[in-house]
Design a protein around this ligand. Structure first.
Ligand SMILES: Nc1nc2c(c(=O)[nH]1)N[C@H]1C(S)=C(S)[C@@H](COP(=O)(O)O)O[C@H]1N2
Ligand SMILES: [Mo]
Length: 410
């Protein structure tokens, strides 16, 4: 008799819940869910404008993997709020489904002999990449959201390359298994499968009951995460995920703050109206403006959200300031011909102290160098004296404490 205490022995795995049907239901849910995660993830990378300037690109060595990059639009203004909210919220909510799926096939990971043929060896390698890739992507994603940029800079390449490895293994696995999974959903004849325990323990819950339990976990995580995409009372429902910074407080500036002025080393002296000047450069010209001079320019309002890569977002805030295309006009670009711009902040260190915006973003009449929000001057933490706000763009492109803008020739 084989030793029943080793994981390689089918006899050790006694749960009566394991069955092709149970695994297949979870597998089909993940097929849809992970495809959405992969797509919204690729889209998120494109939204950073990585092709525009090395400043925006966290994975400069991506080569062919950047084949799909496109110019991120400015409409609808809530675009990144939606795509990234879905990416992070769905990613968190799918964790119980992923864990249940892995649990349901656990005995298979230990089958002996480990390699039976070349085809079997290849299949096992793809499973290793699949399971390892899934755990890696979910773990890096959750850590980045929870621990507030645990791996500054390096998170992006890790999560990006990991996603391609994982998705390649995922597609291979899906091609091999989906036909059988669909058959399993229709037939309940499980009994011959190696997933079914040869000496099952008496059941304490039905397979449907176990599935309902996993579904409940999904809904619980969804309900306690989705509030990060809204303001007001809904945000108080976010029990398990931080929203990326200290509590925002109340008043006109009372919406989510990612990085405070103090944490970025921004001093009151350098942002004071006496000291601060905005430097605009292009085509050999330099214009320097104080905040008082900026206030003399035509000011416009736009209702736009902040949407962070961490998945949280605010509802629309009322920003007021100078149009980016009007600033381009000051250094000689006619309306409609405004080029790309490199925006640099007062901040000296850290990944998001500068960002490049594409010409379509500069030309949009709602794109502002904001001086006010919700009727009051910007607070220090929201970027006083001036910050960028662009419709549909990810939070990282909305540079705070702006000091210099260089138009053209990125
Ligand atoms: N200078 C500077 N600007 C910055 C950042 C930063 O770290 N430094 N963080 C960015 C990120 S990641 C986001 S999500 C938004 C958040 O803006 P808020 O704090 O006003 O909500 O600011 C962006 N602008
Ligand atoms: Mo962000």
């Amino acid at each position: 008799m084989r030793d029943h205490r080793l994981p390689t022995s089918p006899g050790l795995w006694r749960s009566p819940l394991r069955s092709p049907w149970f695994t297949s239901v979870l597998g089909i849910v993940l097929l849809v869910g992970i495809t959405v995660l992969f797509t919204t993830g690729l889209v998120s990378y494109a939204a950073y404008n990585p092709g525009l300037s090395p400043v925006n690109d966290k994975t400069p060595d991506k080569g062919l993997l950047g084949f799909y990059l496109f110019a991120w639009p400015t409409d609808p203004p809530w675009l990144y709020r939606l795509t990234q909210g879905v990416h992070v919220t769905l990613g968190i909510a799918l964790i119980p489904v992923l864990l249940a799926k892995l649990w349901s096939v656990l005995p298979r990971l230990f089958t002996l002999p480990p390699v039976r043929s070349l085809a079997h060896a290849l299949e096992r390698v793809s499973l290793l990449l699949l399971v390892g890739g899934a755990l890696f992507e979910f773990t890096t994603g959750v850590l980045n959201v929870q621990l507030d940029y645990l791996f500054p800079g390096s998170f992006y390449p890790l999560h990006f390359y990991g996603a391609w490895v994982f998705f390649a293994a995922f597609v291979t696995h899906a091609v091999l298994r989906v036909p059988a999974a669909l058959r399993n959903l229709r037939h309940l004849r499980d009994e011959e499968s190696e997933l079914v325990s040869p000496n099952a323990a008496p059941s304490t819950v039905s397979r449907r009951g176990a599935l309902a339990f996993v579904g409940g976990g999904f809904l619980l995580l969804l309900a306690t995460t989705a509030g990060r995409s809204f303001d007001g009372p809904l945000r108080a429902t976010v029990l398990l995920a931080p929203h990326g910074g200290p509590e925002p407080g109340s008043g006109p500036g009372g919406f989510q703050i990612n990085k405070t002025a103090a944490s970025r080393g921004i001093s009151m002296t350098e942002t004071s109206d006496e000291a601060w000047r905005l430097v605009i450069e292009a085509q050999g010209r330099t214009v320097r403006l104080s905040r008082a001079e900026l206030l003399q320019l035509p000011l416009y309002s736009a209702a736009l959200p902040i949407a962070c890569v961490e998945g949280w977002s605010t509802s629309d805030q009322w920003w007021r300031g100078v149009r980016l295309r009007d600033l381009a006009a000051l250094v000689g670009y006619e309306t409609g011909a405004a080029p790309d711009v490199l925006v640099e902040s007062l901040q000296r260190h850290g990944s998001f102290r500068r960002a490049a915006l594409r010409d379509n973003q500069v030309r949009d009449p709602r794109s502002l160098l904001a001086l006010f929000v919700n009727g009051e001057p910007l607070t220090a933490d929201h970027g006083y004296p001036a910050r960028i706000i662009v419709p549909a763009a990810p939070g990282v492109l909305n540079t705070k404490w702006v000091a210099r803008m260089t138009f053209g020739e990125l």
